[in-house]
Design a protein around this ligand. Structure first.
Ligand code: NAP
Length: 323
């Protein structure tokens, strides 16, 4: 197989594309040949030594998600056969032409999805669904504030919340992207106006924080009584002052979350809920992952840098050669 490799910790200079032996599936694993591979901010953090790879996964091949046809399956696999398309999570090794995944962390790709849209979906929609629905309990009639809403997770959250019948206010700092996020079902504003709007509406039942420290003080005063603040994105080293009185007087909850480090059984349970409640929305077109810039595998270093570019829209993808 060909794959992206980190030859150490650092910047663009540690990124290489190498030929490696094809991985072999364990009993409950499949091997997928992804036509496209999604790149995430965590892949860039891993390159910088700030996002440890869980044990048991390739330590020097980045990539947290996978989508594509199954090309080999372990003898105990029951959910997929060779030729089926699957998408879901991996703990590492996703930026490769052959990717090993546990069958329990995969869902079938609906026929309606093309290869690029399928590749852009798993990490964003699983993260957003897990945070706002499974953990924060967002429901019809609730008010959701999304901070950092023009990103992959943010756009997934806006669409999921709108489809569930929640009202969504979204904070998008790049003015040109506001109409695109608004078309997904949100009232889209710059940060200060978004917080003011939410307060005017009585406070957010759920805030999805995808940026971190700069918003924390405002978040505390924008929560409704018993609101839930889901902290999903924050720069490493970002520190914020939380006024405890604000948290207490709102009787609110501050919930931090990561997906990659969870035990496999918890990821499997999440993927089953995703299959039941989110995949039908993706199949019907009620929600769709945005596809951003597509780079050739050999341009992986450039693609990883592009993930940090302000004003981008949609998932940065690598187009993977067939072999
Ligand atoms: N905890 C987990 O399990 C988990 C899972 C997935 C992702 N994450 C994290 O969640 C965050 C979002 O992920 P993603 O995949 O959606 O990344 P992404 O596609 O790169 O989106 C990041 C978004 O944040 C926006 N942003 C950055 N600084 C901002 C600011 N000061 N004000 C408003 N918006 C700002 C960006 O807008 P601009 O274009 O204007 O910069 C962009 O829309 C990342 O930090 C990622 O590491 C965590």
């Amino acid at each position: 197989m060909r794959c992206v490799v980190y030859r150490g910790v650092g910047g663009r200079e540690v990124v290489a594309v190498e030929q490696r032996p094809d991985p072999q599936p364990d009993r409950f694993e499949v091997v997928i040949a992804p036509p496209f591979a999604g790149i995430n901010p965590a892949d860039v953090l891993q390159r910088e030594g700030k996002h440890p790879v869980p044990p048991g996964w390739p330590q020097d091949i980045p990539g947290l998600e996978v989508a594509g046809p199954v090309v080999a399956a372990g003898d105990a696999v029951t959910a997929f056969k060779v030729g089926d398309r699957a998408f879901g999570l991996v703990g590492g090794g996703g930026l490769a032409t052959r990717v090993v995944a546990n069958e329990r962390e995969l869902a079938p790709v609906p026929d309606e999805l093309d290869a690029a849209t399928a590749a852009a979906a798993p990490q964003s929609f699983l993260t957003a669904f897990d945070a706002i629905v499974m953990q924060a309990g967002l429901g019809a009639g609730d008010l959701l504030l999304v901070n950092g809403a023009s990103g992959c997770v943010g756009t997934a959250a806006v669409q999921l919340a709108a489809a569930l019948g929640a009202r969504v206010v979204a904070n998008v700092r790049t003015a040109e992207l506001r109409p695109r996020v608004a078309a997904m079902g949100a009232e889209v504003l710059p940060a200060d106006e978004a917080f003011a709007r939410v307060r005017e509406l009585g406070g957010a039942d759920v805030i999805l924080e995808l940026v971190g420290a700069p918003h924390m003080a405002d978040n505390m005063t924008a929560l409704a009584r018993r609101g839930r603040l889901m902290l999903v994105g924050a720069k490493p080293g970002d520190e914020a002052v939380v006024v405890l009185r604000d948290l207490m007087s709102a009787r609110a909850q501050l919930i931090g979350s990561t997906l990659r480090t969870r035990p496999p059984e918890q990821k499997a349970a999440l993927v089953q809920e995703f299959l039941r409640r989110v995949v039908p929305m993706l199949a019907s077109g009620r929600a769709a992952a945005a596809v951003g810039e597509v780079f050739a595998l050999d341009a992986a270093a450039e693609a990883l840098d592009h993930v940090r570019t302000a004003g981008k829209f949609g998932k940065v993808l690598l187009e993977m050669p067939a072999a």
